[in-house]
Design a protein around this ligand. Structure first.
Ligand code: ZN
Length: 202
């Protein structure tokens, strides 16, 4: 059991960043993106160092972090060239490649990355589509609670890759930082409940 998650440094990092970061620190997923500003930067640097993590900073506030330097180098290159391109429809091959690299960096299931890119191509908003679908299932009472612990947009309610990674994230967060686990659960559930309410009223 690591004591790092009991320290003042760890606790000073905003909780929404902790639930992104912790599964990468504990090898549940390969990379994470965190947003911190002064005065939390020193605390983040300390925590990253304690866990042997490397980082690539973009625009000062955004930190790509990983233990895998090759992965970090790849995402740094892609991210730099991506920030220079504008989105257009249908989306370009570069844009597709960028989302695929992002998916690899965060350890998203391949099926979910493919579906995400495809819906962008169809001019859909993947996250909104997902919440609508999940909201309907929640209303029917068939919702799998593990979806409350995802850090990506699942390709569908049958996605085994999603429930597998969500279960690992849940276990990891509950084990090391219960507050972060509860925060992630509530954030996802609230957004799905809001989508469900919209389905009833419209
Ligand atoms: Zn999937």
């Amino acid at each position: 059991m690591s004591d790092l998650y009991q320290t003042q440094e760890w606790k000073s990092i905003p909780v929404r960043e902790r639930y992104c970061l912790l599964p990468t620190m504990e090898d549940v997923r390969p990379g994470a993106l965190v947003k911190v500003e002064n005065p939390q930067i020193k605390a983040l640097e300390y925590c990253l160092q304690e866990k042997g993590m490397k980082s690539y900073r973009e625009k000062d506030r955004l930190w790509f972090v990983s233990k895998n330097e090759n992965l970090l180098e790849d995402i740094a290159k892609k991210s730099m060239s991506h920030s220079k391109t504008k989105s257009s429809y249908p989306i370009s091959e570069e844009e597709k490649e960028y989302h695929t690299s992002i998916g690899k960096f965060f350890g998203y299931p391949k099926c979910c990355v493919k579906t995400f890119v495809k819906s962008l191509d169809n001019k859909l908003l993947p996250l909104r589509e997902w919440r609508k679908k999940a909201g309907m299932v929640l209303l029917k009472g068939d919702y799998n609670n593990l979806f409350d612990y995802t850090l990506h947009v699942p390709c569908g309610l049958e996605c085994k890759g999603t429930t597998k990674i969500a279960e690992e994230i849940k276990k990891c967060l509950e084990n090391y930082d219960k507050k972060a686990a509860e925060h992630l659960r509530k954030f996802n559930r609230d957004s799905i409940e809001r989508a469900a309410k919209k389905c009833i009223t419209t």
